[in-house]
Write a protein that binds this ligand. Structure first.
Ligand SMILES: [Zn+2]
Length: 326
């Protein structure tokens, strides 16, 4: 395999990333009884499809062959259960015999993938949402990651986890600390780098308030050398800047929803989605519509809970409006 250094990038001792549509993390653990000739590997996420899995495996084979080492994929650590993060799990498990790990609250949708489409659609999803993009084959977990779990690694390193919420039900950020406590972190989709957030100004979010709180948790982690979001560029010293931009995007969508409600006495969800999309110059495909629709509904729910938006069924339609100012 040519140009291997671009296909697997070293971030710190024993921590690598295989860049792709979904960036896949690689953490090695020297097998002490083998005198360094064999290593255990933990992967972080696997990609969208079997093709991504084949690619990851090819890169690993070429990489360890070049080092003169054999490798054993011990587990895939899933940041969260969205299809573009666990779509290659089954292939890699079949090929390597590895275990599949994820948070308990991601398990339901991974084992019953139609739930992903049902969440977005709000009922039994149409066939367009029963494709691999929304619905990979079922993935069964071998281990539920716990927030306080720590895996000791060779060279005085350790692998730990931080729970992040707001993008999915329960994302786990994987944190690899070296013996001086310098860290490489893999936060999944709980932060988007500058290029990604600018391109997708309204990313899929389950709870915008929790998402913002999780950004603060991420920024508070000390001694972070590298932060590898699942999509797009890697972050080094610009984590705070990216987090700020993520927050600006969220606040802007929230403001846009409130603005939409100032244009009419009351609006349906479809009206609000159209207003937000038009204001952001989006020409959505069905897939984009599904993601933006679900995200806008999440914002509305959180804002309704905070009594910023009123909800009522009238003449058999669901309407939203601004509360009357007293
Ligand atoms: Zn995701």
């Amino acid at each position: 395999m040519d140009n291997l250094t671009a296909r697997i990038i070293e971030l710190s001792s024993g921590v690598y990333v295989i860049p792709g549509t979904t960036n896949v993390g690689v953490v090695t653990n020297e097998n002490l009884s083998s005198n360094g000739s064999s290593v255990d590997v933990y992967l972080i996420d696997s990609g969208s499809t079997e093709i991504d899995g084949e690619y990851v495996l090819d890169v690993l084979k070429a990489f360890f062959e070049q080092l003169g080492q054999t490798f054993n994929v011990k587990a895939i650590i899933t940041t969260h259960g969205h299809p573009d993060h666990c779509g290659a799990h089954n292939f890699l498990k079949q090929e390597t015999g590895c275990q599949l790990w994820a948070a308990k609250h991601e398990q339901g949708a991974m084992e019953t993938p139609i739930i992903q489409g049902t969440v977005l659609w709000g009922g039994y999803p149409p066939h367009e949402m029963r494709t691999l993009f929304f619905m990979p084959s079922p993935t069964y977990l071998d281990h539920a990651i716990k927030a306080d779990e720590i895996i000791e690694l060779s060279g005085g390193r350790r692998l730990s986890f931080m729970e992040l919420n707001g993008h999915s039900y329960q994302t786990f950020c994987a944190i690899i600390s070296d013996k001086n406590d310098k860290k490489v972190i893999f936060p999944g989709d709980n932060i988007f780098p500058r290029n990604e957030i600018i391109n997708h100004w309204i990313p899929l979010i389950l709870n915008p308030v929790q998402y913002m709180e999780s950004l603060d948790k991420l920024c508070a982690i000390e001694k972070v050398e590298w932060c590898i979001p699942s999509h797009g560029d890697f972050l080094k010293r610009n984590i705070n800047e990216a987090a700020e931009l993520n927050k600006i995007a969220i606040i802007s969508t929230r403001t846009c929803i409130l603005d939409s409600l100032k244009t009419k006495k009351r609006m349906t969800v479809e009206d609000i989605v159209k207003y937000v999309a038009d204001k952001n110059d989006l020409q959505m495909t069905f897939s984009q519509y599904a993601l933006v629709y679900s995200t806008v509904k999440s914002y509305i729910a959180v804002m309704h809970d905070a009594r910023e938006i009123k909800m009522e069924v009238s003449d058999n339609k669901l309407y939203f409006s601004l509360p009357v100012q007293k």
